[in-house]
Design a protein around this ligand. Sequence first.
Ligand SMILES: *[C@@H]1O[C@H](CO)[C@@H](O)[C@H](O)[C@H]1NC(C)=O
Ligand SMILES: *[C@@H]1O[C@H](CO)[C@@H](O)[C@H](O)[C@H]1NC(C)=O
Ligand SMILES: *[C@@H]1O[C@H](CO)[C@@H](O)[C@H](O)[C@H]1NC(C)=O
Ligand SMILES: *[C@@H]1O[C@H](CO)[C@@H](O)[C@H](O)[C@H]1NC(C)=O
Ligand SMILES: *[C@@H]1O[C@H](CO)[C@@H](O)[C@H](O)[C@H]1NC(C)=O
Ligand SMILES: *[C@@H]1O[C@H](CO)[C@@H](O)[C@H](O)[C@H]1NC(C)=O
Ligand SMILES: *[C@@H]1O[C@H](CO)[C@@H](O)[C@H](O)[C@H]1NC(C)=O
Ligand SMILES: *[C@@H]1O[C@H](CO)[C@@H](O)[C@H](O)[C@H]1NC(C)=O
Ligand SMILES: *[C@@H]1O[C@H](CO)[C@@H](O)[C@H](O)[C@H]1NC(C)=O
Ligand SMILES: *[C@@H]1O[C@H](CO)[C@@H](O)[C@H](O)[C@H]1NC(C)=O
Ligand SMILES: *[C@@H]1O[C@H](CO)[C@@H](O)[C@H](O)[C@H]1NC(C)=O
Length: 598
Amino acid sequence: MAILALAAILLQFTTLVFAQVSLPNPSYLPPNASWGAVPSSGGSPNPQWTVLLGNSLYFYEAQRSGRLPSTKRVSWRNDSALNDGRDSDLDLSGGYYDAGTVYPPDYLKCTFPLSFTLMSACWGALDYGKGYDMTSQTPYLDDMLRWGLDWLIKAHPSNDTLYVQVADPDYDNAYWGGDQNIPSNRPSYQVNDTNPGTDVAAAASAAFAACSILYSNSTSYNATNSSIPFSRASLQNGTYSATLLSHARSLWTFANEHNDTLYQDSVPAAEDTYPSSDYKDDLAFAALWMAWATNDVVLYNQTQRMWSEYELGGASGGLDGVFNWDGKTPGIPVLATQIGSVMEEQWQGDYDLSAWQKLAESYLDGVVDGDGRARTTDGGLLYYDGDSDEASLNPALNAAMLMTRYAPMASSPQKKWSYQSYANSQLDYVLGDNPMKVPYIVGMNPNSPQNPHSALASGGDDISHLDTVPAQEAYVLYGAVVGGPDAHDKFWDIRSDWPETEVALDYTAPLLTLAAAHAMNDTSDPFYTTLQAGAYAKPKYHPCDAVFDCTPSLSRTGKIVMGVCLGVTGLVIAGLTAYWLYLNLGNRFPTYDGVNRA
Ligand SMILES: *[C@@H]1O[C@H](CO)[C@@H](O)[C@H](O)[C@H]1NC(C)=O
Ligand SMILES: *[C@@H]1O[C@H](CO)[C@@H](O)[C@H](O)[C@H]1NC(C)=O
Ligand SMILES: *[C@@H]1O[C@H](CO)[C@@H](O)[C@H](O)[C@H]1NC(C)=O
Ligand SMILES: *[C@@H]1O[C@H](CO)[C@@H](O)[C@H](O)[C@H]1NC(C)=O
Ligand SMILES: *[C@@H]1O[C@H](CO)[C@@H](O)[C@H](O)[C@H]1NC(C)=O
Ligand SMILES: *[C@@H]1O[C@H](CO)[C@@H](O)[C@H](O)[C@H]1NC(C)=O
Ligand SMILES: *[C@@H]1O[C@H](CO)[C@@H](O)[C@H](O)[C@H]1NC(C)=O
Ligand SMILES: *[C@@H]1O[C@H](CO)[C@@H](O)[C@H](O)[C@H]1NC(C)=O
Ligand SMILES: *[C@@H]1O[C@H](CO)[C@@H](O)[C@H](O)[C@H]1NC(C)=O
Ligand SMILES: *[C@@H]1O[C@H](CO)[C@@H](O)[C@H](O)[C@H]1NC(C)=O
Ligand SMILES: *[C@@H]1O[C@H](CO)[C@@H](O)[C@H](O)[C@H]1NC(C)=O
């Protein structure tokens, strides 16, 4: 009897846990890194791309916060931060830890980049969902999305309240260690009617809207034009979609009621984590997602007006920047072209699709041609001085993601080819076709980074000896994209060097989409299967970035030689400058009355 009762309870519990696409049995687990050095026999789906997609999803499971289900695959993770939200009389446990951690200080949960990550994952699963289906990863995609979306639902307890951060980035008391001793002082921060945040509300609304389209069981999203990337992963659930859409609507209204605020002005704790540089791009981007999710051609049309009124393509550099958690602008014309094309028949094409197409192409051409701020390193990585100085791979992967998606919609075969090949070159770089011969994803190949900046995976708890305690990371953080190499394509693989080795939710996000696209359509292996153990050699000296100072460690003789050279050069420069001043000064400079006496 007792056993039957227990069985009944267990059964109930299991139904609760599996209230979604059921997980495969046996589970997908990442093979060890040596597997990535063995070329596969190809086929569709290609087994190597399958593993890359599977591992990318697995990374998110390793980042989970809260009470973990009995079905967890990451055996070394434990329940953690179960009291989140208590200070607000709310259950804010669950969700994902944002990154790896001493800097940005971790075990934080941050709504702004989380929303971007979820939006990005759902966008990719709308386009290349077949890639998830073909590789049997759809149940894990469902699981990954729900773990984030269910938390985001809890973080939005009423129409005008959105929790935007849990835990304070206290640099003085930064914590480095496992998931069982996370400091318990974890305040939760909200935006609301009196202290709003347009950007974060719009971003969360975009995530909910994008994911509601993915989950929707309505046939109105079935694409009819096969040249547009659109094949949703098979996880439709009308009830869940409706829940997501109601949160999207509510946050969209909230964002529009307070349509000109930055959330860090309301929540100063966000100033040190993910401050937003503008709210306009977030509003316009969310408008597109809302238009699609609610089948509203008028709103879609209005986005064009928002684009001009907000001068998003203007001199402020909106269309010359990176696409990431903070900058949504480059995604707007790409998404607008896609929606306009997918909905063309239903919406009767009563809008200017070609205007969006022109904008999208002017942006993507700028990236390919290296106009404006974009350039490529000698090794071939897309690089933006400033943005790429920390986590250099992120701008490149996001650009590759936009280009891969846009290529089939390009206005000419030449452009289509140009975008697709540029996107492939960036992805190949990330997968090991780079001067270091490092596939910058943990656990994919013997040359993958061994020292991701991850407190969870490192197994260490000595904040002053990150690199040596322990010597080898305790756990392999499969599927984590690390920050990336420096502007000279160099990568040192040092655990404390967060600009190069940090991991984060948004770093791996574009890889989900790219891996799904390739799993769907690429029978040949990812680049790294050609790389054998030992291909990577640590460069000399050390990095020159926010962690390491830039003086090369020179020998004593080197220093003396350098000192002498500097001294001589200095004298020469001083002499020439004096001579130039003697010749030019007084002639060139306007005097107090503004008359140039030259
Ligand atoms: C659909 O999603 C809802 C909400 O998460 C869940 O309760 C239900 O079991 C799901 N239905 C199916 C058939 O998976
Ligand atoms: C990796 O897995 C292969 C089998 O897939 C096994 O032969 C090999 O010993 C494993 N290597 C390590 C280091 O665990
Ligand atoms: C989870 O708990 C186990 C057992 O106490 C421990 O060995 C492991 O390191 C913990 N994991 C993390 C990420 O701290
Ligand atoms: C509204 O948000 C601000 C900023 O987070 C917070 O200080 C204030 O207490 C909130 N108001 C209410 C009624 O919770
Ligand atoms: C349209 O989409 C729905 C929901 O995803 C699916 O059940 C249906 O089979 C699709 N119809 C066609 C014609 O593709
Ligand atoms: C979509 O899901 C809802 C809620 O589960 C259901 O009422 C409706 O009949 C479904 N529609 C279709 C077309 O399957
Ligand atoms: C919350 O917003 C939704 C739609 O945005 C609306 O239908 C509902 O009435 C609102 N609830 C309250 C309590 O204002
Ligand atoms: C922002 O809100 C103000 C006041 O409600 C309104 O006049 C303005 O049109 C709104 N701007 C946009 C772009 O929606
Ligand atoms: C979209 O905007 C254009 C120009 O503003 C207008 O001609 C057209 O009728 C609008 N279409 C819809 C569906 O609102
Ligand atoms: C499909 O979309 C492409 C790219 O936007 C477009 O060139 C083509 O005319 C569309 N075909 C149909 C039948 O609508
Ligand atoms: C990609 O793969 C899908 C599914 O196998 C197929 O329908 C589609 O035509 C392929 N697209 C390209 C560009 O190869």
